[in-house]
Design a binder for this molecule. Structure first.
Ligand code: PEP
Length: 259
């Protein structure tokens, strides 16, 4: 079970860096800070080709590793795919599921659901990404988010919710600058909405499910989003590719202790 008293800060490196040497340098830079922070659990999600070497190099408790994707089948003739068991064996304890960039490549809610089930079956922690592409006055985006959440968790037992993190990542805020991120107040509204959907289904069990935010988190907006947005942590894209910037975010998370 996740220690919810710790902040959770996840680095999504996406298809970066381009060489193992660069991945090694980036991880070494981040590790200097991440390994020392008592109140932050850092999760690095590198490209799958770097997972085994990086995870093998670290034995402490403050940093874990995650994959950016899995396939839902256990084994067989699925050229190019990687199973939950394979990423687990390569050192991943977490996996991103339903990231908007994968959904944009054709991943459906049903695919996401199959991946969630495959990951949980393999005893991995799921980082379930949900997020709307735009907002409308009538609030249809809330129905869209509810659908993403409910379909992905269809049949997931309360016991398995303990191994699930919800990453709210509005697509309109991803890959921009800190100024384009959601405001802390709006984020808080979304956290309350997501919590309500979870509690409707799981009652008390859902009270501690970590809800984190992703979308142009930088050191300038990190504190406000954590404190007034009332999230458990962050999923960080571009700012996780710069060890100094990412370490600053980690330190801010360490200082703004979770409730
Ligand atoms: C992401 O793609 O998960 C993400 C949060 O990216 P960025 O931080 O670059 O917006």
């Amino acid at each position: 079970m996740l220690k919810t008293k710790k902040r959770i800060v996840i680095a999504n490196w996406k298809m970066n860096p381009q060489t193992a040497d660069d991945a090694w340098s980036l991880f070494s830079g981040i590790k200097k800070t991440a390994s020392k922070l008592r109140f932050v659990h850092t999760i690095i999600c590198p490209p799958a080709t770097y997972l085994l070497d990086l995870s093998d190099s670290y034995r402490g408790k403050n940093i874990s590793f995650g994959a950016q994707n899995i396939f839902w089948k256990e084994k067989g003739s699925f050229t190019g795919e990687i199973s939950a068991r394979q990423i687990h064996d390569a050192g991943a304890r977490f996996v991103l599921v339903g990231h908007s960039e994968r959904r944009a490549l054709g991943e459906t809610n049903e695919n996401v659901w199959l991946k969630v089930k495959a990951a949980l079956k393999e005893r991995l922690h799921v980082i379930l990404c949900i997020g709307e592409s735009e907002r409308d006055e009538s609030g249809d985006y809330l129905h869209f988010l509810r659908e993403q959440l409910e379909s992905a968790l269809n049949g997931v037992k309360a016991a398995d919710l303990n191994r699930t993190i919800i990453a709210y990542e509005p697509i309109w805020a991803i890959g921009k600058t800190g100024e384009d991120a959601i405001t802390p107040d709006k984020l808080h509204e979304m956290v309350l909405f997501i919590r309500r959907v979870l509690v409707e289904r799981y009652n008390k069990t859902a009270i501690d499910t970590p809800i984190i935010y992703g979308g142009s988190v930088e050191k300038e907006n990190a504190q406000g989003l954590l404190e007034r947005g009332v999230v458990a942590g962050f999923l960080v894209g571009h700012a996780s590719l710069d060890a100094t910037e990412f370490s600053s975010i980690l330190k801010i998370a360490n200082e703004t202790k979770a409730l």
